[in-house]
Design a protein around this ligand. Structure first.
Ligand SMILES: [Zn+2]
Length: 397
């Protein structure tokens, strides 16, 4: 393989079993080489090459008793929120406390093997500073892809947390404000929330003209658009207008999923938060019923999405470090364990537009690797048995 980094300090990682995230079958006894900048220079699988690399004089990381997978991609989360808390209290807490909460959540995420996380809306664009701090190494966090504030109507779901924009012109200005601040993508509220009070989960948040304006303006600014949407008529407008991904999507119909597949629109599954919260004592029986309904609807919508060919990714939403639950739900919906793992790695990278950089262990990509105590293709519980995390060539856990 390339001699480019020879003579420079790099790393040699001995892998017991390698699942490289491309979909190819696992390989036992592989070696991954990284250059000094943390990029993958070679993946060696031949017995002679592996033996030679094992005797390497550079820095050797011995993961020879572990299964090695690409760093996980959480395609939908909010570092400033966590499951089980009082959402309104968390949403309105002082910014200083929000930063501390984010740091705690980011640690849990990174130590669980999530090396890239897409932040789907934070108050006052604090996520832009988090992204910079994480890139500088000041913040112990996954690589962050951020949207700034999400775009939502004044009376909409979680309006207290987003940029309130009413009417197509304000919506355009709101999108432009996020782009001007440096947002990587735009998050827009398409349907209501997982709550009893209106707007309910199937109610459209915006008029068709407002929603079209958000998607059009984001695309004019070369940004992808992620839409919070459980289903309903808002999904039809979003799909027709060419949104890039539907987040949650529990109540999408087979027909809507077919139209998404035809346009290459992805579905980001966020099942874990409903799986966990369905077991918690909820404030009201009606809200509990809603949560259980979202959880129980997922296997069917995942099966339909797979049949239609919709690209799938996963996100914890405000549950941290539990992508094993997403994989569990994808398998319940009929994906093979390998397909489910790809949703949490290379398909997640594709959803973020980062396929060239991350998502699989191949030469040229950034060295994001996770060592597991077991094989996640045999049991997704192995994703809870993290023995090591390397992010861009740097051991982080
Ligand atoms: Zn969310």
């Amino acid at each position: 393989m390339p001699a480019k980094s020879e003579g420079q300090p790099g790393k040699t990682i001995l892998c017991g079993r390698l699942i490289d995230g491309t979909g190819r079958a696992p390989v036992d006894g592989a070696v991954v080489r990284l250059d000094a900048a943390g990029r993958i220079t070679a993946v060696l699988t031949g017995a002679r090459e592996v033996a030679a690399a094992s005797a390497s004089t550079g820095e050797v990381i011995d993961w020879s008793s572990y299964t090695v997978i690409p760093g996980l991609v959480d395609a939908h989360n909010h570092l400033g929120m966590n499951s089980g808390g009082d959402m309104l209290a968390m949403a309105t807490e002082p910014d200083v406390r929000k930063v501390i909460r984010a740091a705690a959540n980011a640690r849990v995420d990174l130590e669980s093997g999530i090396t890239t996380l897409r932040v789907c809306g934070e108050k006052a664009q604090v996520d832009l500073e988090w992204r910079a701090a994480a890139a500088d190494g000041l913040f112990f966090a996954p690589r962050l892809v951020v949207s700034g504030e999400f775009i939502c109507p004044t009376s909409g779901h979680a309006a207290f947390y987003g940029a309130n924009c009413d009417g197509p012109e304000e919506v355009r200005r709101g999108v432009r404000r996020q782009i001007a601040a440096g947002a990587d993508f735009i998050k827009v509220m398409v349907s209501g929330g997982a709550q009893e009070a209106p707007p309910g989960p199937m109610d459209p948040e915006y008029t068709p003209d407002e929603l079209r304006a958000a998607i059009d303006e984001a695309h004019r600014g070369h940004r992808r658009v992620a839409g919070h949407c459980f289903g309903g008529p808002g999904a039809d407008v979003a799909i027709e207008a060419g949104i890039d991904s539907i987040e949650h999507g529990t109540h999408l119909t087979g027909e809507q999923l077919a139209r998404m597949a035809a346009k290459g629109i992805g579905l980001v599954v966020t099942a874990g938060v409903f799986m966990v919260e369905a077991e918690l004592p909820s404030p009201t029986p009606a809200e509990r019923a809603l949560t259980v309904g979202f959880r129980d609807r997922y296997p069917e919508v995942i099966a339909q999405a797979k049949r239609a060919g919709v690209p799938l990714a996963v996100g914890g939403d405000f549950l941290h470090g539990r992508l094993d639950l997403e994989v569990e739900m994808l398998v319940k919906g009929g994906l093979t364990p390998m397909e489910a793992l790809l949703a949490a790695t290379s398909s997640g990278a594709a959803a973020l537009g980062l396929s060239k950089e991350i998502g699989s262990i191949v030469p040229g990509k950034q060295g994001d690797l996770v060592a597991l105590g077991g094989d996640p293709l045999a049991s997704w519980a192995a994703l809870r048995d993290v023995r090591g995390v390397i992010q861009r060539g740097v051991p982080r856990a």
